[in-house]
Design a protein around this ligand. Structure first.
Ligand SMILES: Nc1nc2c(ncn2[C@@H]2O[C@H](COP(=O)(O)OP(=O)(O)OP(=O)(O)O)[C@@H](O)[C@H]2O)c(=O)[nH]1
Length: 321
């Protein structure tokens, strides 16, 4: 039996999946109607919407089978998320990767599997819309198109969920999305004994940009700063907009000393950007730094309040200069 490979973007993939806040949630009609429709269109006994979590498959919707979870290692959907194309196994008994899979040799005795990989906005594949049968079969071109179209609708539902965690202006995660990402990242760091550090950024004299150059230019400045943070940090670091001119970054695998080095680099890069763009105004930030301490920061809000206070102290210190 072939265990599904781990996708190269696994860390970002899992963080994105967690930020959807859909794992372990109750069945929802918006997904159930799609699996019911799939079962009818394709005349298969089982159709599911699944999400591939780190160790398990979370079955968000299922007709003809059991909801809940199954191990990722024996799952078919773990394979389906490895590529953009529909993952098709016409007959499991003819396929050495699956012939001795316990879901083939035992209940539910899968002979046929087709899975459309479900992608969300940043191209991450989080799960699949899949069909299963106890008899071998094929999908003709028209059926592939139908499965693709149904999969797109399921994706739209997931993206709607993702949009609720996105900041519309900057396309960074909003507070809600950031808290979910942070909870996940801190959990991983705690388990692996790695440090994590929160940075709380607030732009200095941002109001003046709005007042002097107009709100649209203010918006532009916020978008520029968001892009600056996103591109200046690793993909595995969480970057979000708390609101107004406040931004949050959670650096994983970075202690406070490393965080200070990163801030110095960002400061230098922003100085260069200001000098190059000559916008008529410069972007400057104050920043608070809080290293994760599992004993003190049981609630993320405590860590955020500390970083906010540190940011405020930094802003005061800059004013006095
Ligand atoms: N253009 C624009 N402005 C915003 C947005 N959200 C908040 N603001 C403005 O951002 C400003 C933030 O206020 P402050 O943080 O007190 O302003 P500041 O001038 O940066 O002050 P200091 O932080 O003390 O340096 C307010 O004037 C808000 O109206 C937005 O989405 N777009």
């Amino acid at each position: 039996m072939l265990v599904p490979a781990t996708p190269p973007d696994e860390m970002v993939r899992l963080a994105t999946l967690r930020s959807l806040r859909i794992l372990d949630t109750a069945p929802e009609e918006r997904f159930d109607r799609l699996t019911r429709l799939a079962r009818r269109i394709f005349r298969v006994p089982v159709s599911m919407v699944t999400l591939v979590d780190s160790e398990r498959l979370w079955i968000k919707s299922c007709v003809g089978g059991a909801a809940g979870e199954t191990p990722r290692d024996t799952s078919f959907c773990g394979h389906a998320i490895l590529d953009d194309a529909i993952f098709l196994i016409p007959d499991t008994q003819d396929d050495p990767r699956f012939a001795d899979n316990p879901l083939v040799t035992g209940p539910p005795f899968i002979r046929f599997y087709a899975g459309y990989p479900l992608k969300v906005e940043n191209g991450v594949r989080v799960g699949s819309l899949c069909l299963m049968d106890q008899h071998p079969r094929l999908l003709d071109d028209e059926e592939r198109t139908l499965l693709h179209d149904l999969g797109r609708i399921a994706e739209q539902e997931l993206i709607a969920q993702q949009l609720a965690t996105l900041d519309e202006l900057t396309r960074l995660v909003n507070r809600r999305g950031f808290e979910a990402l942070a909870a996940y990242t801190l959990g991983v760091c705690r388990r692996m004994g790695k440090p994590a550090t929160l940075l709380f950024f607030d732009l200095n004299d941002f109001k003046e940009i709005n007042d002097q150059f107009g709100h649209a230019e203010g918006d532009q400045a916020l978008m520029e700063f968001a892009g600056f943070l996103r591109h200046g940090l690793r993909e595995s670091d969480a970057v979000g907009r708390l609101g107004g001119d406040e931004f949050l970054v959670l650096l994983n695998d970075a202690d406070e000393m490393r965080a200070r080095e990163i801030i110095a680099r960002l400061q230098h890069q922003l100085d260069e950007l200001n000098a190059r763009l000559q916008r008529g105004y410069d972007l400057h930030f104050s920043v608070g730094v809080t290293a994760f301490d599992a004993t003190r920061h049981q609630a993320f809000s405590t860590m955020m309040a500390e970083a906010d206070a540190a940011m405020y102290a930094h802003k005061q210190a800059l004013r006095k200069r």
